[in-house]
Ligand binder design. Structure first.
Ligand code: SAM
Length: 253
């Protein structure tokens, strides 16, 4: 595959580390992504089993993803995510940034604030994404209703003028009308993309293509990668439908 022709405005189906390794240094302006959270490798929660009752009953993620069961040994998961982030960082131009969505949690009494995954990366800020609700009903805990977005920039990264007024707590309802088990709300990605002047936006865990849709809405270009042929198909269909509706002339892979 040759950069840029085989990458820009394409959905590429495969392992994102393998694919990113084939891309040249400093070739994208922005990375916006949400990896698998490894939720099924978790102490004492019903996500471990395909249970029909209990606090996670009916959660879309109970079966993991189509080509990733969301259940790696913890150390392996941390290394995978750290390697992936370092590769994303290598791909950033000098004024680029990564917006990396994840969830903090407590396991066996220990706080997983994701320091291990983020080791060696220059996190500048943590944005709170306040969702409208959660699914983890447990009488011993308040219902978790937030996730986080780590802003990991290269030194010259700046927001668009006035975008800093959005503050660092963002409230967006989660996406309901999407068959992917863990989609971003488009409005959340619109906020990120609109806050920057980025032209080429990479999402290495593209899922159903939300980052691509937001890039197109904001007249930017995208590169999408996902391991699952099923989700790549969803993303391509969504992009085709969007372009038909919006009369967009960009070519789709
Ligand atoms: C949290 S979801 C992303 C959802 C996406 N933000 C959306 O709006 O639809 C994580 C995605 O990572 C993908 N994935 C898992 N392992 C991968 C790998 N090694 N390379 C690329 N994608 C992978 C899964 O198939 C899943 O679609």
């Amino acid at each position: 595959m040759k950069y840029p022709d085989d990458y820009i405005n394409k959905i590429i189906c495969g392992d994102c580390l393998d694919i990113m390794k084939q891309m040249p240094d400093k070739c994208v302006d922005l990375v916006v992504t949400s990896p698998p959270y490894n939720l099924k490798n978790s102490t004492g929660n019903g996500m471990k089993a395909n249970t029909k009752s209990g606090k996670w009953a009916g959660a879309a993620l109970q079966n993991g993803y189509s080509h990733n069961d969301d259940s790696m040994p913890y150390d392996e998961y941390v290394k995978w995510q750290n390697d992936s982030l370092k590769e994303m960082f290598r791909l950033l131009k000098d004024d680029g940034a990564i917006f990396y969505n994840h969830k903090r949690r407590v396991q066996n009494g220990l706080i997983q604030d994701r320091d291990d995954i983020l080791k060696g990366l220059p996190v500048r800020q943590i944005i709170i994404w306040k969702r409208s609700g959660g699914i983890n009903f447990n009488p011993g805990y308040f219902l978790p209703t937030h996730e986080v977005i780590y802003l990991i920039p290269k030194p010259k990264f700046k927001l668009k003028p006035k975008a800093n007024a959005y503050g660092d707590v963002w409230e967006f309802t989660q996406e309901m009308k999407n068959e992917h088990p863990a989609p971003f709300p488009v409005a959340l990605i619109d906020r990120i993309i609109f806050s920057t002047i980025a032209e080429i936006i990479l999402d290495p865990f593209m899922g159903s293509g939300t980052t691509a849709i937001s890039a197109l809405k904001n007249n930017r270009e995208y590169i999408g990668i996902d391991l699952s042929p099923e989700y790549c198909g969803m993303a391509k269909k969504r992009i085709t439908d969007f372009m038909k509706t919006n009369n967009n002339k960009l070519q789709i892979a």
